[in-house]
Every structure is written in C-alpha cells, then in structure tokens.
Design a protein around this ligand. Structure first.
Ligand SMILES: *[C@@H]1O[C@H](CO)[C@@H](O)[C@H](O)[C@H]1NC(C)=O
Ligand SMILES: *[C@@H]1O[C@H](CO)[C@@H](O)[C@H](O)[C@H]1NC(C)=O
Ligand SMILES: *[C@@H]1O[C@H](CO)[C@@H](O)[C@H](O)[C@H]1NC(C)=O
Length: 167
C-alpha cells in the first residue's frame, strides 16, 4: 500500500515550497512608533474561548496581495479610542498574520504565548521579504518604546544647547 502515503506526502511538499526559502526580515523602524514584540500564537483554536483572538477587541484589516508591515503599522496608528472619545488614538498592539491580515488591539491575550521567530514563516503578500506572521501565528509589534527614544533625543538636544551656551 504505497499509494496512500504518496498522496499524503505530495500536498505537504507543495505547502513547503510555497513558503519562503530565504530568511524573512523582521521589519523594524523606530519612526513607526512600534517595536518588535515577538512571534505569538493565535488563540482561536483554544476550547471554551468562543474563538477569542490573541489581538481581539480592536480592529483589523485584510489585504490579499497587498499587506506589508508598514501598512499594518499605519492602520493601527489610528482608530483606537482617544482621550476625547474620538477614534484617532493609537492601538498599543499591531500584529500581522497569515501573510495578509493586520490585527490592532489594546491588549495581547495572556493565553497567547511567545513562540520561536522561525514560526512566523509567511512572507507578507505586499512585500515578500518581510515576515507577516504564519498560520495562526502573529508577528506582534508594541507601541511605546519610540516615545522613550524621542525624549532621549530631546534630552541630547537640550544638553547640546547647554554646552553651546557655555561656549
Ligand atoms: C502557544 O504556544 C505554546 C508554546 O509552544 C503552547 O504551550 C500553547 O499551547 C500554544 N497555544 C495555542 C493557543 O496554540
Ligand atoms: C492592491 O494594490 C493595488 C495597487 O495599489 C490596488 O490596485 C488593488 O486594488 C489592491 N488590492 C487590494 C485587495 O486591496
Ligand atoms: C520590502 O521590505 C524590505 C524589508 O523591510 C525593504 O527593505 C524594502 O524596501 C521593501 N520593498 C518595498 C518595495 O517597499
């Protein structure tokens, strides 16, 4: 009975070649306001959670053929509730999943766990050099660290101005 095992192996081989052979870039850009948080697993498959998402309660965008990490950052930079009750606030978390999905949320589910970066192995459909999560895996970014960098830079400018004044 060789034929059944062949017919099972073929789809697996086809799936493997669909993934990128060269390592994917985990895109980072301090100017985006988001920093890389890690590769996390999706929680929809867990029993008794009603399909709850790792990045749920926010908003999402699906762009087949066009998704990039930059597009997701841009999308998650607004749309959250702000102090005046508007929707111009930034989501704390942005995550790309399944090559084409972007998820924005104010919290990352505690049921979602960090997995090795290599499990976020699907290229973004809008830029195939970039890592865009995986099958039920998210490449997660978190806002905040860039703000710390900005105040550090302002501190440097202040120190620079002071030493200039001393001269
Ligand atoms: C996420 O990954 C961790 C570590 O591999 C595993 O223990 C956990 O069961 C996974 N959770 C889901 C929802 O797949
Ligand atoms: C992808 O981008 C192209 C070029 O900007 C646009 O024409 C197309 O409608 C986009 N596709 C989707 C699904 O957004
Ligand atoms: C695709 O992503 C890579 C890695 O972030 C970047 O260097 C490159 O400029 C991007 N290509 C385009 C066309 O935006």
């Amino acid at each position: 009975m060789h034929l059944p095992s062949i017919s099972i192996l073929l789809p697996l081989a086809a799936a493997a070649t669909a993934q990128s052979t060269s390592p994917l870039t985990i895109v980072t850009a301090p100017s985006s306001g988001y920093t890389y948080h890690g590769c996390y697993n999706e929680t929809t498959g867990l029993p008794d959670t009603a399909g709850m998402r790792a990045l749920g309660g926010g908003t999402n965008l699906v762009r087949a053929g066009n998704m990039t990490v930059e597009m997701c950052w841009e999308f998650c930079r607004s749309g959250a509730g702000d102090a005046s009750g508007g929707k111009t606030g930034k989501f704390l978390f942005a995550g790309v999943e399944y090559a084409r999905e972007c998820w924005c949320a104010q919290a990352l589910s505690s049921l979602s766990e960090k997995v090795p970066d290599s499990e976020c192995n699907l290229p973004c459909e809008g830029n195939t050099t970039q890592a865009c999560g995986g099958n039920l895996k998210l490449t997660v970014y978190m806002a905040g660290a860039a703000a710390a960098r900005v105040s550090w830079a302002i501190g440097l400018v202040a120190v620079g101005a002071m030493s200039l004044a001393l001269i």
